[in-house]
Design a protein around this ligand. Sequence first.
Ligand SMILES: [Zn+2]
Length: 454
Amino acid sequence: MQKIIAVFFLLLAPHILKAQEPAKVLSSVFDEALTDRTEYNNLEYLCKHTKGRIAGSPAAEKAIEYTRQALISAGADTVWLQKVRVPHWVRGTEKCTVTSSVHGTKDLAITALGLSVGTNENELTSNVIEVHNFEELKTLGIQSIQGKIVFFNRPFDNKLINSFSAYGGAVNQRTTGPSEASEYGAIAVIVRSMTQSLDNFPHTGVTRYADSVNKIPAVAVSTLDAELLSQWLKTDPSLTLHLVSSCRNYPDTLSYNVIGEVYGSLKPHEYITVGGHLDAWDIAEGAIDDGGGCVQAIEMIRIYKKLGIKPKRTMRAVMFMNEEMTGTGGKTYAEEAKRKGEVHYAALESDRGVMSPRGFGFEADGPKLEKLQTLASWFAPYNIRDFDKGGGGSDIAPLKALGALQIGYIPDSQRYFWYHHSANDTFEQVNIRELQMGSAAIASLIYLIDLFDL
Ligand SMILES: [Zn+2]
């Protein structure tokens, strides 16, 4: 009997071992990520030496070369650049002063919105009309708005637990507010910064003019100055704003996505993409948005190579260019993949900051989602528990058409908008442990998805 039991266990042993293997691999991935500083040093370089790397800028060119080298150092089997057409928008001088016969004069902390037009070296002076949504614009109508500066002042809804939901509920003031106000004859727009934080950092971000409207200058104002302006307007509705913004749009130019690969051992012609965007707003170091996502993608390559992990499919780390303005990096990447007939199995984007990992969002339903959710058990030892339905990210979204599973890396969202698109997005805001935990989580998830063919 004992002999039979022994034989039985001998037969079972390889299976038990096999079942334990992924846990061991994950353990080594976390060990490696948490004890190596390469990724953190890469992020420091991006922040301190390629600050303000908006697409089309010299800083962006420098970031392209740096991350190309970083991918080579990480041990990627191949590294290359992919041409991308990008807009070329340059900020100029900017100044906004409020003058009130009741309250006095004050300079406001402002920053021009990306792709906005400027005031053509002139100073615009006008009364201000405060609104909170587009319905108010409609109610006020052309007779109240024409010739004025429209001030959008709808704050984030702080009752929303997920900060991205709060952002989603406010951001149309920035993206389409200038176009909406222009329809009623406004001469410029000033938008409350997209953040819950009450401070003096103005937060930029792209605005998109409708083809049909007259393009008017548009700037963001810090939340503290938005509060002040709103207060002054209550007792002095006839106060005036003086606005100068000399930003300019130049013809499109050429830039690059940076791509590094680890070849697949069994299915080299199937791809899994892990990426962040390399461009960052010109006023920011771009640590949180999104240098962190870029170095995490490079770190996956470094970890796989260092630990000798041989994925079945080809793994790609991609630094997408121009996410912030018109998303041509992500679009070009998917177009090229389609043209070459590439099979894209899955894609993960890290562009929600680099705070402590909570989990992942999957654009999947039914049994597919349930299967992916079973992966949570592997991450329980690391306190990473949220495996839910959710979005991927704007750079990988065009890969959906090629059938790639969309995965979003989900760190804690509470602090993200403190920094997002502002001069407050600096290297110093990043905690090395949180960054490393995220990289380990990403490298582990991708390893498991590839291993189990999920
Ligand atoms: Zn971003």
